[in-house]
Design a protein around this ligand. Sequence first.
Ligand code: MF3
Ligand code: CO
Ligand code: CO
Length: 284
Amino acid sequence: MARHRLRYIPKGAPTELDRRIMDMERKGAIVPTRDLIKTPEQIEGIRRAGIVNTGVLDTVEREIHAGMTTLQIDKICREYCGDHGAIPACLGYGGFPMSVCTSINEVVCHGIPKDKDVLREGDIINVDFTTILDGYFADASRMFIIGETTPAKEKLVRVTKECLEIGIKTARPWCDVNDIGRAIEPYAHQHGYGVVRDLTGHGVGLKFHEDPEVCHFAQRKRGMILVPGMVFTIEPMINMGTWKVFIDADDPYGWEVISGDLQPSAQWEHTFVMTEDGPEILTH
Ligand code: MF3
Ligand code: CO
Ligand code: CO
């Protein structure tokens, strides 16, 4: 008879939570490994990183304006982070050269701050920052509209935020992580938008990117169950046109992701801890 190695191994005598997970695994669910369920102490650490991360984005929100460069945004983020005893996770990550991602208009994500990139009236920009504080990671991003933009771009920014909110409402304890994308995709499609498939949300907390993968489109296959204590992001990237993306050939670092038809793209992101009552935002 085939023997199946179980993925979930409790630490010590199984608690009620452990038993529930092992029971679901026996019935065929994809369960997290034990290390993906954070201890209360770890959650507090990630929460503290989240508070600094929110301070970074609040500072950007106060200071962002037409005429400033994305390099200046990088400086604001780096300084705030340093002043609060924290480290920017992006800097040096996979060769990423700066402290924050600044993605303007058709840049979907991972835009690199530059001296030559000046914000202009009507631009939409995503600022994505990840803080490391005492070894704990918190990751969030917001959209900013520079001055006044077109109704179409304004709507893209609003609907993308609604996609994140739909993801939050859909993520319940013990649900399939792929339920999130199953709820987001039809809503984006109602508006004629494309949902980026090549980049996803992710577990976070002890590392920058952990399991599970959090898809924002409708995956057919089942995903991992979301157990209370798991920490993860939801971060839909929504394109005004095609869902397809490519890497900018002009980016010497190979990081910048551009929409396939060069139409605008938007993204909002938070870090959450799953609780018995649903996801709690750690990056408010
Ligand atoms: N913050 C991004 C995310 O949400 C990852 C950026 S990686 C970097 O997962 F290297 F580009 F900074
Ligand atoms: Co991010
Ligand atoms: Co993220």
